[in-house]
Design a protein around this ligand. Structure first.
Ligand code: DAH
Length: 357
């Protein structure tokens, strides 16, 4: 009976133990396997205790076999423990690892954190693209101008009432001439026309973007420092129809088709006839709101046929050449395209506003 037990146990014990050791999936599970198969209450230990009931020859043989099984299981257990411990250490390291290749792009360079061009800067670039696409060149002029360029050559003589709406900062820089911060981009027209006369390089098809300055109180539609894009076309046989067509193409290219615009008769000393370009206020779609002072319309700027007095000031023969000009507010255009209720938001540098665009 006892001998049967011992005989039975040896192969079974060895097989079960080996299987359990190989199947342990962690060092903790392996410790349990060790207790179960090699501990005091294990079948192996119990089998040892039964040896005393065998005759000396059989006891010796069974004892040798049991020791051999114990030794083998212990060796396998140690090997498996080493394997599992290595795997567990590797896993712990992997879990603990700071993956810089993932973290840096995700946190430091995410689109939300990356800066972008200001809305007005982008509007200027978009407008330049539209006009370059229509065959215009781009020109720039100085922000500090003389009285001649800002006023006189544009048919605004000293004490002319039109000077009232162009009040600005006058610079005391010891020049004999009056120097001021330009109130519009129209003086760049004069620079271009003088240059073309000097170089005998008419015609002109140019747009002139840039900063302008006025002593205006900031409100929903006005800033004391703002941007305009001036346009000038001087060629043979230019008519008001060319002006109207150009403006139509431009408003559709910038705002998309279906934008309602109108040219309203107006007065500017440097154009005759003159008009104001207005579009439906995009914030209320013409219903009337605070931004458009409840008129439903937003003025984008002025335009008209270049006045004979301007041609005379720069020495262009008005019998041979005619032309049109326009000057639109870039900030106003950006405001209308992006539906910004108050233009002052452009300068407040509130990241919650800026990051929307
Ligand atoms: N310079 C004008 C202003 O700032 C706008 C303007 C009107 C420009 C008519 C033009 C023009 O070129 O033809 O109020």
């Amino acid at each position: 009976m006892v001998t049967d037990n011992v005989d039975l146990d040896i192969d079974g014990i060895a097989g079960d133990g080996e299987q359990a050791i190989a199947g342990a999936s962690s060092t903790d599970a392996l410790s349990q396997v060790e207790t179960q198969y090699l501990g005091k209450r294990s079948a192996l230990t119990r089998a040892h205790r039964t040896l005393g009931g065998l005759d000396p020859e059989a006891r010796k043989e069974a004892g040798r076999q049991l020791n051999e099984v114990r030794g083998r299981l212990e060796a396998q257990l140690e090997a498996r423990r080493g394997e599992l411990a290595d795997a567990e250490r590797a896993e712990a390291l992997r879990a603990d690892r700071l993956d810089l290749t993932e973290v840096i792009p995700a946190q430091v360079l995410s689109p939300a954190d990356r800066g972008h061009l200001h809305l007005v800067t982008r509007a200027r670039a978009d407008l330049e693209d539209v006009f370059v696409g229509m065959g215009f060149t781009i020109a720039e002029g100085p922000e500090a101008e003389t009285d001649w360029y800002n006023f006189e050559a544009l048919n605004i003589p000293p004490a002319h009432p039109a000077r009232g709406m162009y009040d600005t900062m006058y610079l005391d820089i010891g020049e004999p001439e009056t120097v001021l911060l330009r109130t519009h981009t129209s003086p760049v027209q004069i620079h271009l026309m003088e240059e073309a006369v000097r170089d005998d390089s008419l015609p002109i098809h140019a747009v002139m973007p840039g900063k302008c300055f006025r002593l205006d109180t900031p409100d929903a539609r006005h800033l004391p420092v703002f941007n305009q894009i001036e346009g000038l076309v001087i060629d043979r046989g230019i008519t008001f129809g060319d002006l109207a067509g150009t403006i139509q193409v431009f408003t559709e290219a910038y705002f998309g088709e279906g934008m309602q615009s109108r040219l309203r008769p107006a007065y500017f000393p440097f154009t005759e006839p003159s008009a104001e370009l207005e579009i439906t206020c995009t914030l209320c779609m013409g219903e009337g709101c605070r931004t458009c002072s409840h008129t439903g319309w937003i003025e984008l700027g002025g335009c008209g046929m270049v006045d004979a007095a301007v041609f005379a000031a720069v020495g262009i023969d008005a019998d041979e050449w005619s032309g049109f000009a326009f000057g639109f507010g870039i900030d106003r255009l950006a405001q209308m395209r992006q539906e910004v209720p108050d233009m002052r938001s452009f300068l407040e540098n509130d990241i919650r506003f800026l990051s929307q665009f």
